[in-house]
Design a protein around this ligand. Structure first.
Ligand SMILES: NC(=O)c1ccc[n+]([C@@H]2O[C@H](COP(=O)([O-])OP(=O)(O)OC[C@H]3O[C@@H](n4cnc5c(N)ncnc54)[C@H](O)[C@@H]3O)[C@@H](O)[C@H]2O)c1
Length: 368
């Protein structure tokens, strides 16, 4: 793929699309921390229309619905019975995503599910299969894939600017307070969160690492609960082998004060790209005379982007808006969305492999 064919500025590209005859009617299920971002992204349009907000806590659904002039529901059933609803955002605790997604697809709706799409691989597979069987669209939120900074690097990686890949590393050293884990009873549980520092927080950057470097072949890891009083891991480290022969590491935690920006470091025989938070801090490739050439100009990322390093609510709304509008156009134009269901799977498989390796003390091979 040439970078000319690869869309870097998705927001501009979406807005160039001609208006749709009828905006896609949408419902948001789960009106906690992330649901309101979906509601805002749908209400903003232009290819979507917010029909309903749903939460088992009626007050949350009503408050959000009132803000946007939408209907308030307290059960998924009511959402699925509403003929005005064509697509549903699933913003409930992670362990609920598969059942709700499958029910919505079977009811003839399209689905945009929050990450992680599921907390078990069999469930992710059942979701992907159900979308195929019903013909419904299934998309997964990985909003960082929409950011120009990461899309620029992706296009360069597709063109193999670093030569033979050697190392690919991801560091997610975040802080989540004890109050954060107490703020909802599903947080930090195996049953509904499905994991901790990696499954909930680290999954975005783990997805990014494998999206940029290519598929992971095996993991060898330690995961533990070093600080917080939760069931799941608050800290994990893993050694990776990529299928292209490169090695790498993942470090993730939610227990270091005050939390620092995540980092991604990509190295090949001919170059290095390093990202700190959402900023490229180094991009140097070997020039024709053997001297390093810097390609930093114009690619230093979105200055001032909010960072969820220590505040889980500090999420930029742009990525969600892009994925929502993209799914709406995917539905109307009959093409796959930016992050279809099967693209939600690799990060999940890596994380589950890390947990298994930590439990068994063995290297775990993926894709088998
Ligand atoms: N993409 C991101 O950056 C991002 C950020 C935060 C959360 N998330 C994901 O979004 C999901 C929700 O996280 P959150 O922090 O908003 O959680 P939350 O606890 O703040 O909100 C979840 C909401 O779902 C509601 N709910 C529970 N069961 C329900 C049911 N059966 N029907 C309808 N509503 C129900 C709860 O009452 C609650 O209001 C998680 O999977 C999380 O991983 C993604």
């Amino acid at each position: 793929m040439s970078s000319k064919e690869f869309t870097i500025n998705l927001a501009a590209e979406l807005l160039r699309h001609p208006p749709v005859e009828k905006p896609v009617g949408w419902a948001v299920v789960g009106c906690g921390v992330i649901g309101p971002l979906h509601a805002a992204g749908v209400a903003k349009g232009p290819f979507t229309r917010l029909v309903a907000c749903c939460d088992i806590v009626a007050e949350r659904a009503e408050n959000l619905a009132r803000q946007h002039g939408a209907k308030a529901y307290t059960s998924l059933e009511q959402v699925l019975d509403d003929p005005e609803v064509e697509a549903v955002s699933i913003c409930t605790p992670s362990g609920m995503h598969p059942e709700m997604t499958i029910r919505a697809l079977r009811a003839g709706k399209h689905v945009l599910t929050e990450k992680p799409m599921a907390i078990h691989l069999e469930d992710a597979d059942a979701m992907i299969r159900t979308a195929e069987e019903t013909g419904g669209q299934l998309a997964v939120i990985f909003q960082r894939r929409t950011q120009p900074v990461f899309r620029t690097i992706k296009a360069a990686m597709e063109e193999k600017v670093l030569g033979k890949p050697v190392l690919g590393d991801a560091y997610m050293k975040y802080y989540r307070s004890p109050e954060y884990y107490r703020s909802a009873d599903w947080r930090g549980t195996w049953q509904w969160d499905g994991g901790g520092a990696l499954m909930n927080q680290g999954i975005h950057i783990i997805d990014m690492l494998q999206w940029l470097m290519g598929p992971v072949e095996s993991v060898y890891a330690h995961a533990g609960t070093l600080v917080r009083e939760i069931e799941v891991e608050d800290t994990a480290v893993a050694v990776l082998k990529f299928r292209n022969g490169a090695f790498g590491v993942i470090e993730g935690t939610t227990s270091v004060y005050p939390g620092v920006d995540h980092r991604i470091e990509l190295h090949g025989e001919k170059g290095t790209i390093r990202v700190d938070g959402e900023r490229i801090v180094e991009w140097r490739v070997e020039g024709p005379d053997g001297k390093p050439v810097s390609r930093l100009e114009g690619t230093t990322g979105e200055a001032g982007s909010p960072s969820p390093t220590s505040d889980p609510r500090a999420i930029s709304a742009d990525g969600h808006w892009i994925q929502i509008q993209d799914l709406a156009l995917a539905i109307r134009d009959g093409r796959p969305p930016l992050v279809p269901g099967r693209e939600g799977r690799p990060a999940l498989e890596i994380i589950l492999g890390i947990y298994e390796s930590s439990r068994t003390g063995r290297e775990v091979y993926l894709g088998r």
